[in-house]
Design a protein around this ligand. Sequence first.
Ligand SMILES: CC(C)(COP(=O)(O)OP(=O)(O)OC[C@H]1O[C@@H](n2cnc3c(N)ncnc32)[C@H](O)[C@@H]1OP(=O)(O)O)[C@@H](O)C(=O)NCCC(=O)NCCS
Length: 169
Amino acid sequence: MIQLQPASQAPSVLLERPQDAALADALIERAFGPGRLTKSSERVREFAEFAPDLSLCAWRGEALVGVVRQWRVRVGATPAVFLGPIAVAADERSGGVGALLVEQACAAARAAGETAIVLVGDAPYFGRFGFSAALGKAVRLPGPVDQRRVLGVAFTPAGEALEGMIRAL
Ligand SMILES: CC(C)(COP(=O)(O)OP(=O)(O)OC[C@H]1O[C@@H](n2cnc3c(N)ncnc32)[C@H](O)[C@@H]1OP(=O)(O)O)[C@@H](O)C(=O)NCCC(=O)NCCS
């Protein structure tokens, strides 16, 4: 017999493990398509340090329904976290999985003593979690980017004054 889980039930959010990477990559690929590899965020991820302690997978049973990855970088001289990509399975969207992942990713970074999180994304979505373009306005990416989409949220005074190029930790 097939057991249906009510869609309203929150999925389990766990740290991404090495064995989850292929499923997570496939979910990201489905969400963004191949064009994502040309983005400036992808250039950052080429030199950033993957943070397995800050990267999360949302599971409904055996099914991966969402993923958010985070990376350690410097902005100018300040260590910071770079968030992305975040993707939720198409048939799970608008059910709060994305919000759960962003909130828990922020909580993990804050608990780890990080200064701030920076990302390239849509302010209308990320604004509800405290991200703002004001915090990202002096943050530079290694490639073309719409500066209004460079968003940040700070956890410490150093994180409130992020300035400069994103570079390797
Ligand atoms: C963005 C994404 C992760 C959100 O996941 P989710 O589980 O649907 O998010 P939530 O349930 O927490 O929030 C959904 C709400 O955010 C809104 N929303 C989603 N993407 C948005 C965006 N780019 N800009 C503004 N609002 C957005 C939805 O319209 C929805 O509103 P509704 O509840 O009124 O329908 C998911 O839509 C996704 O995987 N998209 C494709 C990949 C992508 O674009 N990721 C990066 C976004 S910058």
